[in-house]
Design a binder for this molecule. Structure first.
Ligand SMILES: NC(=O)c1ccc[n+]([C@@H]2O[C@H](COP(=O)([O-])OP(=O)(O)OC[C@H]3O[C@@H](n4cnc5c(N)ncnc54)[C@H](OP(=O)(O)O)[C@@H]3O)[C@@H](O)[C@H]2O)c1
Length: 245
């Protein structure tokens, strides 16, 4: 029997690592659904991929909006009846970025960053789990960051020791906790859940100072999205190598 086409949903897919991940998965024959805050942007991004011969669709998905999350699940159910790959890519950091001072982080910044980087991921994953369970091998990829690593933050010799962006770092550490907990819950099922560190990548968030180009920055997400049945679950990975939690 011919292998069924895989269907992937990528959040925050209108630019940066998310768009590139959709492109690379599409080039590998996966049907890609691009989520973006506005329908027009999602459709315009999907159109670029369609023009390159990729089976791509755009949907409105402001990840912090529960109505959008419910609508995304209904769309996927109605159109495909399943979901094989969920890339929780949408993410944000505080406006003052690297100048963030831990003791001065505002409640507003903490709430906004946790809302996007953690609560929305948990909410969307909960909504889509029934569809991922209909896949022969569901894959959930949570876009974390090396800045989530508590072990590295505590180690004065680590390369990230001086890069302490509290709201962002803590939200991604909590996202890693979600990865570990959900992977444990789904042990014994066909679903794998992993955290990806894409690298420090030249995007709006990564800035032009980053050493990695966007095509390389999408590689970890793509690799974890296409893991075979023997692949790991509940791990924190960058380009095939494990990172310390
Ligand atoms: N770049 C790096 O060096 C780096 C390093 C480690 C981890 N990461 C992680 O990798 C992921 C992608 O980062 P990136 O560098 O590609 O960032 P980016 O260029 O800033 O793009 C972020 C994407 O997320 C979307 N987004 C943000 N909040 C959203 C929301 N509430 N609902 C829907 N979409 C939302 C943005 O949409 P709009 O265009 O509408 O704002 C945009 O498409 C993030 O989770 C980030 O934390 C990046």
């Amino acid at each position: 029997m011919a292998e069924q086409t895989k269907v992937a949903l990528i959040t925050g897919a209108n630019r940066g690592i998310g768009f590139e991940t959709a492109k690379q998965l599409g080039e590998k024959g996966v049907t890609v659904v691009l989520g973006a805050r506005q329908l027009s942007t999602a459709e315009a991004s999907a159109a670029k991929l369609k023009a390159a011969g990729i089976d791509a669709y755009g949907i409105q998905l402001e990840v912090t909006n529960s109505a959008d999350r419910v609508a995304a699940a209904a769309y996927l159910e109605q159109k495909f009846g399943k979901l094989d790959i969920l890339i929780n890519n949408a993410g944000m950091t505080t406006a003052d970025g690297l100048r963030n001072v831990t003791s001065q982080v505002s409640d507003e910044d903490l709430l906004a960053v946790f809302n996007t980087n953690l609560f929305a991921v948990v909410g969307l994953t909960r909504e889509l789990l029934p569809l991922l369970k209909k896949s022969e091998g569901g894959r959930i990829v949570n876009l974390s960051s090396i800045l989530a690593s508590l072990s590295l933050h505590a180690d004065p010799k680590s390369p990230i020791y001086a890069s302490k962006i509290f709201a962002y770092d803590a939200s991604k550490s909590a996202l890693n906790a979600f990865t570990i907990h959900l992977a444990h819950e789904l042990k014994g099922t066909a679903i794998k859940v992993n955290s990806a560190h894409p690298g420090w990548v030249k995007t709006e968030m990564g800035t032009s100072a980053a050493p990695m180009e966007i095509p390389d920055g999408a590689k970890t997400s793509v690799e974890l999205a296409l893991l075979g049945p023997e692949g790991p679950s509940g791990r924190f990975i960058h380009l095939g190598k494990e990172l310390p939690w």
